[in-house]
Design a protein around this ligand. Structure first.
Ligand code: C5P
Length: 296
């Protein structure tokens, strides 16, 4: 038997770090939303008890460093499963980009194996397990639009953004989330996003308000490390995006645009400066993922 799961990327509409905790993680407050740029995960029964990983890109590790591998391994241990599985990752989300590609692959692996192995676990249970793999995995288990607190694993659904377009520009280099957080000085943050105002703008479907309240305290840190991120943000603004922000720990910069034709124009303009540029739809709706197919 084989199942297929969609693994969508996320962007951060806000990201605030309140303080550094004793366990080394940062206490966060952030709003994340799902976008229409996805990897696809295929999970197939195989003979033997190995976890075999294949991927289309050659850019991601094929062993236990891969979060999808870890998700399968953890689920097997917790549920006492001895079956092997082949995980094939069809990669479209840029790697080490601030778009939660690896976390979403892990989340899709948890959802898919829950079906393949008929475990009957709830999304709550899968999200709880996902938190052991990475801070963004619980959000990716649910997808939609949510306020995330704690390490990122305490989730409250919030109203999704109105339909609009997201232009993504990914600089050549990837970024290590751990490195960015390490360089962050929470006591020296001078501009923080107004999370409450963003939630109100979302509730009111106020597209201009959403654009106005975009904010991420990691942006300045990553820009110091990689000036290309600042240049891309400025370009995206010059080309006319309505609101521009770096997602997560970066380095991907996204711009919100209200119409497809404008999004395409911005993509064309950015192509001269950046190789990986995409225009995708905002998804964000808090519907369960209705995207899965089971084949036998
Ligand atoms: O949880 P995850 O493994 O994705 O986090 C990667 C790294 O990012 C952590 O090792 C930590 O250094 C940093 N991080 C943090 N505070 C968070 C989430 C991540 O400092 N809330």
């Amino acid at each position: 038997m084989e199942v297929s799961e969609k693994a969508p990327a996320k962007i951060n509409l806000t990201l605030d770090a309140l303080h550094k905790r004793e366990d080394g993680y940062h206490e966060l407050e952030m709003i994340m939303t799902t976008i229409d740029l996805s990897d696809r995960i295929e999970l197939a029964d195989i003979y033997g008890d190995d976890i075999v990983l294949e991927n289309s890109s050659g850019l991601i590790p094929q062993d236990e460093r891969n979060l999808a591998y870890r998700a399968a391994d953890l689920l097997r241990q917790r549920m006492g499963i001895t079956r092997g599985v082949k995980i094939t990752i069809h990669k479209r989300i840029p790697v080490a980009a601030g778009l939660a590609g690896g976390s979403s692959d892990a989340a899709a692996t948890l959802r898919g194996l829950n079906r393949l192995w008929q475990l009957g676990l709830s999304l709550e249970e899968l999200a709880e397990m996902g938190a052991e793999i990475g801070s963004d995995v619980p959000f990716c288990v649910w997808s939609g639009t949510a306020l995330a607190k704690g390490r990122g694993e305490i989730l409250t659904p919030v109203a999704p953004p109105p339909p609009c377009w997201v232009v993504l520009a990914k600089p050549r280099h990837g970024v290590s989330t751990a490195e960015v957080f390490q360089a962050l000085r929470v006591d020296q943050i001078d501009r923080r996003p107004n999370t409450e105002a963003m939630i109100r703008a979302l509730e009111q479907g106020d597209y201009r308000g959403i654009c106005r309240h975009l904010g991420n305290v990691l942006e300045e840190v990553t820009m110091q490390m990689y000036p290309e991120v600042r240049r891309l943000k400025e370009k995206m603004q010059q080309f006319g995006a309505d609101g521009v922000l770096m997602s997560g720990s970066g380095p991907t910069v996204f711009g919100l645009v209200d119409r497809e034709s404008r999004a395409r124009r911005i993509v064309n303009g950015l192509r001269g400066f950046c190789r990986q540029v995409y225009a995708v739809r905002m998804l964000g709706s808090n519907q369960p993922l209705l995207l899965d197919k089971t084949r036998t």
